[in-house]
Design a protein around this ligand. Structure first.
Ligand code: A2P
Length: 333
C-alpha cells in the first residue's frame, strides 16, 4: 500500500479518538496526518504514534490544496452533510461514520467482510453503516450465503458510547449521583440510563419504530444487496460503556443446523465463535471491548420453526461498529 495523507474529522470525539488509535494499531500507511474538530477544540493537541498533532478547526477552505487523500469523518450528521461534499470536491475520499449519506444511491455503504466491491462506485463519499447493523451483517453474511435469509428479528443492547462522549459522561455522572443519593440529571438520553434500560434510540417515526431500528432494516438490505430480507428490530440502550450486544433470530430458505452455523461462522472473516455453554463460554461486552472482531455465541436452532436459528452477537461499537470498519474501508482504497 502506498502511503496516504489522512485526515480525521471529529478527532476529539469518542469515535474520532478510536479512528486515530485504529490507524496506529493497524499500522495504516500514513504519509501525514491531520486532525479536525469544531472551533471549541482548535489549538488542542492529540497524539499520533507518540507525536503531538494540533487539532484544526474544520472550515470550508480547510482541505483546499492540502493534498489530503482520505478523510475519516465522525463529527455528526449535520457536519457531514455540510462538509463531506466540499472535502470530496477538494480531492479527498470521505469515509463518513454518520447516517447523512448512507441511503443515498450514489454512496456505497460498506462492510469490508460483506460488500468490499461496492467501494468502487464511490464518487468521493463512502458511508460507514450504523454500528448495530455492521456487527449483525458480519455475522449474517456467511449464513446468508449458505441458507439465504428471509426474516431477521433482532433486539439490541447498545452501550452508551454509541451516543458519543456525552453518552459515556452521562452514565458515569448518573451512576455517581445514584451512589451518593443525589438527584440524577438527564441530558443526553431520553430517560435515566444508570441502573435502567431505555427502549428508544434516536427519534420515533410515524410507523412507531425508531430511526435506529429503521436503519437496521434499510441498511441491511443495501449492504447485503437483497431487497427481500425482512428485518424487524427493537433497539435498546443499556448501561454498558462499550460494546453492543444483539439477540438475533433468523429464518432461512435452507435449514442451518447449529453445527453448520458454527462451521460457517468459524471460517468467516472478522468473526470469533465463542460458544460452549456447558463451560459458560459466550461473549459479553466487557470481555470483547477494545477488540476488532465480532463475537458470536448462544447458537441454537429454534424449537418451532424448522429453518429458524438464534444467536447472540457482541462487538465493540467504537471499533467494528465505527472506527475499525472505517479504517478497513480505507485499507481497501
Ligand atoms: P469538538 O470536540 O470540538 O466538539 P462525539 O460523537 O464524541 O460527541 O464527538 C463529536 C466530534 O465531532 C467531536 O470531535 C466534535 O468536536 C466534532 N464536531 C462537532 N461539531 C462539529 C463541527 N461543526 N465541525 C467540526 N467538528 C465538529
Amino acid at each position: 500500500m502506498s502511503e496516504k495523507v489522512v485526515a480525521v474529522v471529529g478527532a476529539t470525539g469518542a469515535v474520532g479518538r478510536e479512528m486515530i488509535r485504529t490507524l496506529e494499531r493497524r499500522n495504516f500507511p500514513v504519509k501525514a496526518i491531520r486532525f479536525f474538530a469544531s472551533q471549541r477544540s482548535a489549538g488542542k493537541y492529540l497524539q499520533y504514534k507518540g507525536d503531538d498533532v494540533i487539532v484544526e478547526e474544520l472550515t470550508e477552505k480547510a482541505f483546499d490544496n492540502q493534498g489530503i487523500e482520505i478523510a475519516l469523518f465522525s463529527a455528526g450528521g449535520d457536519t457531514s452533510k455540510q462538509f463531506a461534499p466540499i472535502v470530496a470536491k477538494a480531492g479527498a475520499i470521505v469515509i463518513d461514520n454518520s447516517s447523512a449519506w448512507r441511503m443515498n444511491p450514489e454512496v456505497p455503504l460498506v462492510v469490508p467482510e460483506v460488500n468490499p466491491e461496492d467501494v468502487k462506485y464511490n464518487k468521493g463519499i463512502i458511508a460507514n453503516p450504523n454500528c448495530s447493523t455492521i456487527q449483525m451483517v458480519v455475522a449474517l453474511k456467511p449464513l446468508h450465503d449458505f441458507g439465504k435469509i428471509r426474516r431477521i428479528v433482532v433486539s439490541t443492547y447498545q452501550s452508551v458510547s454509541g451516543a458519543g462522549q456525552k453518552g459515556i459522561d452521562e452514565l458515569w455522572e448518573q451512576t455517581k449521583s445514584m451512589i451518593n443519593g443525589q438527584p440524577v440529571k438527564i441530558q443526553k438520553f431520553p430517560k435515566q440510563i444508570a441502573f435502567n434500560v431505555i427502549p428508544q434510540i434516536d427519534v420515533f417515526l410515524e410507523n412507531y419504530f425508531t430511526k435506529e431500528e429503521m436503519k437496521m432494516v434499510n441498511e441491511t438490505r443495501k449492504i447485503m444487496h437483497d431487497e427481500h430480507i425482512q428485518t424487524t428490530a427493537t433497539c435498546v440502550r443499556v448501561p454498558v460503556l462499550r460494546g453492543h450486544s444483539e439477540s438475533v433470530y433468523i429464518e432461512t430458505e435452507k435449514k442451518i443446523t447449529r453445527e453448520k452455523a458454527i462451521e460457517l461462522l468459524s471460517k468467516a472473516p472478522g468473526i470469533v465463535v465463542s460458544d460452549d455453554p456447558q463451560k459458560g463460554v459466550y461473549p459479553v461486552p466487557t470481555e470483547t471491548a477494545d477488540l476488532f472482531d465480532t463475537y458470536v455465541g448462544r447458537i441454537r436452532e429454534d424449537l418451532n420453526v424448522e429453518t429458524g436459528l438464534n444467536f447472540w452477537c457482541v462487538s465493540d461499537n467504537l471499533l467494528k461498529g465505527a472506527a475499525s470498519n472505517a479504517v478497513q474501508i480505507a485499507e481497501i482504497l
